[in-house]
Design a protein around this ligand. Structure first.
Ligand code: ADP
Ligand code: GLC
Length: 495
């Protein structure tokens, strides 16, 4: 691929569509990526515009947003829905378009409740996909390329390649589809294909059919000009039966068009020297603030005060099988036995929420559990704990371990996907490495690494070296944003 600078003579127009974008709406790392990468693309000269549904979560933010289109007509099955489009922008001046349709998006959550998905997610995200394309053609945003993310936007490459191909507005448009998580496949019964409006002939194993169902994720994989995922290791893993979750065959088929581009971190939001959610800022060379953050956190969450001087472990995560919540649950009592503190912030599946709450009630002095989504607390935990636990079963990239490094918080991770790509095991002999890693998905292997970490914690100079290594690591977006621009250009040339 050519270097991005080579192409910066004319501006490339990219329509960047995602189902969540920070700070407007967020449930996980996709929002962080969609909220920060566009600014870096812009700084490389790309004319990038971002689109997402106008959820209640975004409405509650009291945005300065202007209606730019009223009554956009979007076909859905036999009917046409009318919706509005509002425009706002990111801090860095990237235009952001919000697709408003109250009955579909003005709800308490983005995708569903702890009991399960919303029953009409097919309608909701079909609407979003079609509305985004129709809006661009209506207002004359002649984009070169649409960059879409995860299953919620998977129909877009299919529309561009099939239904809209004959429409001159779309005939030269290319598409890039990024897989942030292969575990969420957007599966629906086949009789609902007519709601999507795609030709019936596309429902076959070479198209968007997946074991007797429609898969929006597969549509993205099959019809996009290029596919990316969010770490090099995960791009290899998803081509194997073990990690491909049934999509490995189609991904192997498309392996020439599949790229692993590591996520970056947005160090304007995640930086202990300027984090607006913490009161005591700190940086390498001036670490007193971290100790104060820890004391504040111990107090805020009601842990016993001795934990200001004892190791405190944290986890900030969606509570889903992917994240290794079951592994952590199995060793909570061992952690308590080691006289370490444990802080958990998470939201997700009802069973995990109940399990952790129960453990918190059982060990109120040592284990603090907060169920819910709390951006501020996520930052305070990152700053206030000594170690961050990320025992994922699989992890496409993972951002919390990357943020943890910057906060001088040492990650203990399972060697999978992006966790493996971003964390190097600490070697007390050479003083190299940034964290602790285990391979087998076993509670014992996880606990062994926690014990190792606690041992190093007792050796202050060793621990400080480890903390320093992490704080010096650089995962900023510049490099990855350039890789995206190079890929955009390649795909555009070939479209
Ligand atoms: P994933 O996207 O799979 O959830 P990542 O590690 O990529 O995992 O990103 C998770 C993001 O969501 C991080 O910004 C993390 O701080 C945030 N997060 C996860 N759970 C919560 C929560 N309960 N409250 C606040 N932030 C959370
Ligand atoms: C996902 C993945 C996570 C990744 C994030 C952003 O939801 O689970 O590993 O960091 O998307 O790409």
């Amino acid at each position: 691929m050519k270097d991005a600078d080579y192409f910066m003579t004319e501006s490339l127009k990219v329509w960047f569509l995602a189902s969540e974008v920070a700070p407007f709406a967020k449930t996980g790392g996709l929002a962080d990526v969609a909220g920060s990468l566009p600014a870096y693309l812009k700084s490389l000269g790309v004319d990038v515009r971002v689109g997402l549904p106008f959820y209640r979560m975004a409405k509650d933010r009291d945005l300065k947003a202007q209606k730019v289109l009223e009554g956009l007509e979007v076909p859905l099955g036999n009917t046409r829905l009318r919706g509005d489009v509002l425009e706002t922008s990111t801090r860095e001046g990237v235009p952001v378009y919000l697709f408003d349709r109250e009955d579909l998006f003005d709800r308490p959550n983005l995708y569903g409740t702890p009991e399960g998905d919303y029953y009409d997610n097919l309608e909701r995200f079909t609407y979003f996909c079609r509305a985004a394309l129709l809006f661009a053609s209506k207002v004359g945003f002649q984009f070169d390329l649409v960059h879409c993310h995860d299953w919620q936007t998977g129909l877009i490459p299919a529309y561009v390649k099939t239904l809209y191909r004959a429409n001159p507005f779309f005939s030269n448009v290319a598409s890039v589809f990024t897989i942030h998580n292969i575990g969420y496949q957007g599966l629906f019964p086949p009789d609902r294909l007519r709601i999507c409006g795609l030709p019936g002939a596309e429902y076959n194993p070479e198209g968007l059919e997946y074991w007797g169902k429609i898969s929006f994720l597969k549509a993205g994989i099959v019809y996009a000009d290029a596919i990316t995922t969010v770490s090099p290791r995960y791009s290899q893993e998803i081509q194997t039966p073990e990690y491909g979750m049934g999509m490995d065959g189609i991904l192997r088929k498309r392996s020439a068009d599949l790229y692993g581009i590591l996520n970056g971190a947005d160090y304007t939001s995640w930086n202990p020297a300027m984090d607006r959610h913490i009161t005591n800022h700190y940086s390498l060379g001036n670490m007193r603030g971290k100790r104060k953050c820890k004391a504040d956190l111990v107090k805020e969450l009601g842990l016993h005060e001795r934990f200001v001087d004892r190791p405190v472990l944290g986890m900030v995560s969606r509570l889903a099988p992917q994240k290794g919540s079951d592994l952590l649950a199995q060793i909570v009592e061992d952690i308590v036995g080691l006289d370490a503190g444990l802080v958990i912030l998470g939201a997700g599946e009802e069973a995990y929420q109940a399990l952790f709450l129960e453990l918190g009630r059982k060990y109120p002095e040592s284990v603090a559990v907060t169920i819910g989504f709390d951006e501020g607390l996520a930052h305070r935990i990152m700053a206030g704990v000594d170690m961050l636990l990320v025992p994922s079963h699989y992890e496409p990239c993972g951002l919390t371990q990357i943020y943890a490094l910057k906060y001088g918080t040492v990650p203990i991770v399972r060697a999978t996907g992006g966790l493996d790509d971003t964390i190097n095991p600490f070697d007390p002999g050479s003083g190299e490495g940034t964290g602790f890693k285990f391979s087998d998905y076993q509670a014992k292997a996880f606990l062994d690494q926690i014990r190792e970490a606690l041992k190093v914690f007792e050796d202050r100079p060793g621990w400080m070296k480890l903390v320093e290594n992490g704080m010096q690591a650089d995962f900023s977006w510049e490099k990855s944003a350039r890789e995206y621009v190079s890929l955009y250009e390649k795909v555009k040339e070939e479209a």
